[in-house]
Design a protein around this ligand. Structure first.
Ligand SMILES: [Zn+2]
Length: 431
């Protein structure tokens, strides 16, 4: 009797332990499986693992094992079943529920990437839905023509609009020998504005490098331990508006801050291993690019930006500061052409136009120089439907934050910080 009682007490204690720690422990096992799966996909796809700062031996093991795509897909299917069977732990807080859904969606996206690596062809929209949990709206040529018409009257003169637009842009190029000073000033301002509103951990920093021969114009490589390597591609002319764009987008409050906060709040405070890896072709990228782009507007109102450009960046670049307003009025119009790039990519990926046709689309409807249009087509060749993450991502994030915070700058900053410290998905922002 006594022995039985003891056994029952032991069993009850064991059950309590399982209730308290079991589901959490199970989630950490699943998170580890996910990290190893992402690393294994990275063996087949050099662009897939954008960042990883977990145990280095896991990456080495993935390279050594070199598992087949079919084997990885079976493993991913098993992981999805295990996730579905467990669900979020009972009494889970909002972040834990988001965590479960996020992990499930990331694994579904990983399976789509495996299918592509295995040779399956997706339409542009099917690819973006499967990889990024979002589909870009369709825009017609007529919508772009309307914007082009407005630019026609804004930039009068002889010859085709593309030439006039390029000549206008060329007046605002940052001379190569001034790039360092202009970027340093932009980064200082973006950082100062960010740390006023978001508490960043001690020791966060990044290194800046100038590179050539890339299909992108800038890249943040997060290294872990609150450090980033930011690279800027100098193949093509860099215009003055790119200074704040790049400083905010790649640095503060964009990619660098996003990765730092995920590491601080999710990896270190909660021990969630899955955030030590960042698969580029996944829903996480729409949030990353969307917040990086919208972060520019969180950091600077239109007026503040123009004032800063006039007082600091234009002089640092040796440009005529009296032309700031004219420049940004034209740029605001040109930004309305950003979706033309998605349309070109959609037609190109769907096989309706070839590479030459895609480049021409970028020239005709996005007013890109032939060199920039060619770079853009190389980007689509390498990254596919990833292009939607920039403009659709920005719009999705903007609508989400404006709905929650209105126009109040302090509320916008706090909602922004909350968004980039949590495992949210594109479809979660539109509900
Ligand atoms: Zn980016």
């Amino acid at each position: 009797m006594r022995r039985q009682h003891r056994a029952a007490a032991w069993l009850a204690a064991a059950c309590l332990l399982v209730a308290a720690h079991g589901p959490a422990a199970a989630m950490s096992d699943l998170a580890e499986r996910y990290v190893k799966l992402v690393l294994a996909v990275g063996v087949h796809d050099a662009d897939y693992v954008d960042a990883y700062y977990g145990p280095p031996e896991w990456r080495a093991a993935a390279a050594e094992e070199r598992r087949t795509i079919a084997d990885l897909d079976a493993d991913a299917a098993g992981l999805l079943e295990a996730l579905a069977a467990r669900g979020p732990p009972p009494g889970a807080d909002e972040l834990e529920q988001l965590r479960h859904r996020y992990l499930t969606t990331q694994v579904e996206s990983l399976r789509a990437r495996l299918a592509m690596l295995g040779g399956e062809r997706f339409t542009f929209d099917a690819e973006s839905a499967a990889l990024y949990d979002a589909v870009a709206p369709v825009h017609t040529e007529q919508e772009f023509r309307d914007v082009l018409q407005q630019l026609e009257s804004r930039l009068p003169g002889a010859g085709p609009l593309l030439g006039r637009y390029q000549a206008f842009r060329d007046r605002f190029e940052i001379p190569k020998d001034r790039l360092g000073a202009v970027f340093a000033a932009a980064i200082d301002a973006c950082r100062a504005r960010t740390v006023e509103r978001i508490a960043l951990p001690a020791g966060e920093s990044f290194t800046l490098e100038y590179v050539t021969g890339k299909s992108w114009s800038g890249y943040n490589w997060y290294q872990g331990n609150y450090r980033s390597l930011i690279q800027i591609n100098t193949d093509l002319p860099i215009y003055v508006d790119r200074a704040i764009d790049l400083a905010c987008h790649e640095g503060y409050p964009g990619h660098h801050v996003y990765n730092v906060l995920l590491e601080q709040h999710l990896v270190r405070e909660r021990g969630w291993q899955e955030y030590t890896v960042y698969p580029l072709f996944s829903p996480q990228s729409l949030i990353a690019e969307g917040t990086a782009n919208y972060g520019i507007e969180v950091a600077f109102s239109d007026d503040e930006r123009r004032r800063f450009e006039r007082d600091v960046l234009f002089p640092a670049a040796g440009l005529d500061a009296s032309q700031v307003d004219e420049f940004y009025e034209v740029m605001a119009l040109a930004e309305k052409l950003s979706y033309a790039g998605n349309e070109a990519a959609r037609r190109y990926r769907n096989g309706e136009i070839d590479a030459g046709g895609a480049a021409k689309w970028h020239e005709d409807y996005a007013l890109m120089s032939p060199e920039r249009a060619a770079q853009r087509v190389r980007f689509i060749d390498q990254y596919g439907a990833y292009v939607i993450n920039y403009n659709l991502g920005k719009d999705v994030v903007a609508r989400y934050l404006e709905r929650r915070a209105g126009a109040d700058p302090a509320a916008r900053w706090s909602e922004f910080a909350r968004l980039i410290s949590s495992p949210r998905l594109p479809s979660g922002l539109t509900q």
